[in-house]
Design a protein around this ligand. Sequence first.
Ligand SMILES: Nc1ncnc2c1ncn2[C@@H]1O[C@H](COP(=O)(O)OP(=O)(O)O)[C@@H](O)[C@H]1O
Ligand SMILES: [Mg+2]
Length: 281
Amino acid sequence: MRQDIKSSVPLPGFDVRHGDDQPRDGQAFTPPVKLDIRHVSFRYGDEPALTDVSLPIYANKVTALIGPSGCGKSTLLRVLNRMPDLYEDQHVEGEVLLDGVDILGHDIDVLTLRRRVGMVTQKPSPFPMSIYDNVAIGMRLNEELTPTELDARVEDALRRAALWEEVRDILKDDAQSLSGGQQQRLCLARTMAVRPEVILLDEPCSALDPISTAKIEATIEGLKPVSTIVIVTHNLQQAARIADYTAFLYLGSLIEFGPTEQVFENSVDERTSRYVTGRMG
Ligand SMILES: Nc1ncnc2c1ncn2[C@@H]1O[C@H](COP(=O)(O)OP(=O)(O)O)[C@@H](O)[C@H]1O
Ligand SMILES: [Mg+2]
């Protein structure tokens, strides 16, 4: 299943010369980098949560962030759309280049950034308004759509979030009346509706049954032609199923990054192999 990935392992020292995913003459193609995370360190007050983390997030690929609870996965996602800006005691160092431009710079318009880099948080946070309005709000602010177009886009986003069948008759109901798992899918629909270039998903399936999980995984796969996806998951099978690349974090440091099959089956670091085989955390 992951043969395509294995054959395109971007081994150090490889000379990238070909403009497609096919290896030729032993050469591997490395996809374009959408987000280049360079030497990112992060502190909550005096407590370090990330230490000198560097990795590429490849365009139109799914990258999974894995690692034991508390290793900094959510923190790294939050840095990628400048959530720490909202808190005085959260300090970021380093650079994150989005299409080559440092998004941690002072001159970056954070609202524009968050339209380009959308995030679905671990704990669902629907706005205090109807189900329909939760999905429509971003489009109303950013696009000029007719009511018919807006209805269609809301339905499309809710279908892709595997929620449409459950809410189609109660779109005017308060979003807070939904269950936790439904709220999580609603937030996913809200984020996908504005079609961000990068979508950050923090454990999007943690409260979902296997059927909804399969639907969300299919949706993530379907987003790849138009978006770049970073997903935090504690479900290793899920990472193996959907991620093209996997990053293993441990105690705030990046231990290993590479094509998913390589990280899972051919780990370079002992800590990675212990984690992916269930002998740690
Ligand atoms: N708001 C916060 N204030 C202080 N420390 C925090 C806060 N959020 C997370 N941390 C700490 O930062 C570390 C990384 O947390 P987090 O990124 O949430 O880990 P993960 O998502 O991998 O479980 C943990 O030690 C956690 O306790
Ligand atoms: Mg987390």
